[in-house]
Design a protein around this ligand. Structure first.
Ligand code: PBG
Length: 325
C-alpha cells in the first residue's frame, strides 16, 4: 500500500511535526465578571469555577493570571442597580471605567477589552432602546453605545467589543472614537451573534436576561448562514478590526466562512452554555478533560485566530499536558 495515512501517526514526534493547527495562550481572552464592592469573590452558580469579583480582587489576581499565561481580559460589568437609560454604563466613575484605570495602573501591559452593550445596565435587560411602537430605537441606542465606548477609551481601554447587534454600530463607534482622538482603540465586533440558548448561564451571571420578549429582533436566527456573511461583510466595511462569531462550537461553519471572507483576525466566543456543558460532562465522567482541548483546537482549525473562553485559567496546564502526550 503506498497510501497509508497512519504512517504519519506512528509516534508523537511525527504527530507533532504534522500538526496543522496549534493553540497558544497568546490567542486566549478571559472573560471577567466585575461587581461593586471590596473583597468580593463569589462563585457564580451557573458557571462553576468562575466568580463575580470586585475590582480589588481582580487586581490582586493579576500576577496569578499572568503566571497562567493570560494576557488579555474581556470585562463585563454586573450591576445591582440599573436604570431605564443605561446611564450607569457611561459614568466617568462607573464600574468598568474604574476597573480599566486601576487594572492599567497595576499592569500596563495587559490587553484590556470591554464588552460594549446596554443589557447589563438597562433596567429591562435589553441591548437596545425601543420606540413607543416597540421598534428598535437605533439612533438612541447608537448614541448611548458611542458614549459608553468613548468613556472606556478615555480610561485607557485597548479594544471595545460591541455585542448589541445593532445595525451600523461599528461605523458609529469608530467615528466617535476617532473624533475623540482615540484612533488607536480597536473594535472587535460581535458580527455573527446568534439568538442562542447557550447564553443561559451568562444571563444569570450578568443579571441581563430581558424582562420581556427576547432578543430575536436583533440577534441572528440560528438557521442562517448567508446572513452571517452579510453581517461580517458589513462590520468589515464599517471598520471592524476583529470579527467575532458567537457561540462557537455549533457555529463552526460560520467561523470557517468568516476566516475565508475577512482579512482581519476572526475571534470565536465559546460561551457560557458551552463551557457549563463541558464542565458538567467532565464532572459526571461522561467525557474527560481532554474534551476542553478538543473543543478549542476545533475552533482554531475552523479558522479562529482568537478564542474567548472561560477555560482560560486552566488552559495553560491543559496545553502542557496535551504536549506531553
Ligand atoms: C451581552 C452579552 C451576552 C453574552 C456576551 N455579551 C448575553 C446575551 O446576548 O444575552 C453571552 C456570553 C456568554 O454566554 O458567555 N449582550
Amino acid at each position: 500500500m503506498s497510501q497509508l495515512p497512519t504512517r504519519l501517526r506512528r509516534n508523537s514526534n511525527i504527530r507533532n511535526m504534522v500538526k496543522e493547527t496549534r493553540l497558544s495562550m497568546d490567542q486566549i481572552i478571559y472573560p471577567i465578571f466585575l461587581v461593586e464592592g471590596n473583597g468580593v469573590k463569589s462563585p457564580i452558580a451557573s458557571l462553576k469555577g468562575q466568580d463575580h469579583m470586585s475590582i480589588d480582587v481582580l487586581i490582586d489576581m493579576l500576577p496569578e493570571l499572568k503566571e497562567k499565561g493570560i494576557r488579555s481580559l474581556l470585562l463585563f460589568g454586573t450591576l445591582e442597580e440599573k436604570d431605564a437609560h443605561a446611564g450607569c454604563a457611561y459614568e466617568e466613575d462607573g464600574l468598568i471605567q474604574r476597573a480599566i484605570r486601576q487594572i492599567k495602573a497595576a499592569d500596563p501591559q495587559i490587553y484590556l477589552i470591554a464588552d460594549l452593550c446596554l443589557c447589563q445596565y438597562k433596567s429591562d435587560g435589553h441591548c437596545c432602546f425601543f420606540t413607543e411602537g416597540q421598534e428598535i430605537d437605533r439612533k438612541k441606542t447608537l448614541d448611548t453605545l458611542g458614549k459608553v465606548a468613548l468613556s472606556y477609551a478615555e480610561c485607557g481601554l485597548d479594544m471595545v467589543a460591541p455585542s448589541d447587534m445593532m445595525d451600523g454600530r461599528v461605523a458609529h463607534i469608530r467615528q466617535v472614537l476617532d473624533q475623540g482622538g482615540y484612533e488607536g482603540v480597536a473594535i472587535m465586533a460581535y458580527s455573527a451573534k446568534y439568538a442562542s440558548s447557550f447564553y443561559g448561564p451568562f444571563r444569570d451571571a450578568a443579571h441581563s436576561a430581558p424582562s420581556f420578549s427576547d432578543r430575536k429582533t436583533y440577534q441572528m436566527d440560528p438557521a442562517n448562514r448567508l446572513e452571517a456573511r452579510r453581517e461580517i461583510e458589513l462590520d468589515l466595511q464599517e471598520g471592524a478590526d476583529v470579527v467575532m462569531v458567537k457561540p462557537a462550537m455549533v457555529y463552526q461553519d460560520i467561523i470557517a466562512d468568516a476566516a475565508q471572507i475577512a482579512k482581519v483576525p476572526v475571534a470565536a466566543y465559546q460561551v457560557s452554555g458551552e463551557y457549563a456543558l463541558l464542565v458538567q460532562g467532565i464532572e459526571a465522567g461522561i467525557i474527560t478533560e481532554r474534551a476542553i482541548y478538543e473543543s478549542l483546537i476545533g475552533l482554531r482549525r475552523s479558522g479562529a485566530t482568537l478564542i474567548i473562553t472561560y477555560f482560560a485559567k486552566t488552559l495553560q496546564a491543559i496545553l502542557e499536558r496535551e504536549a506531553s502526550l
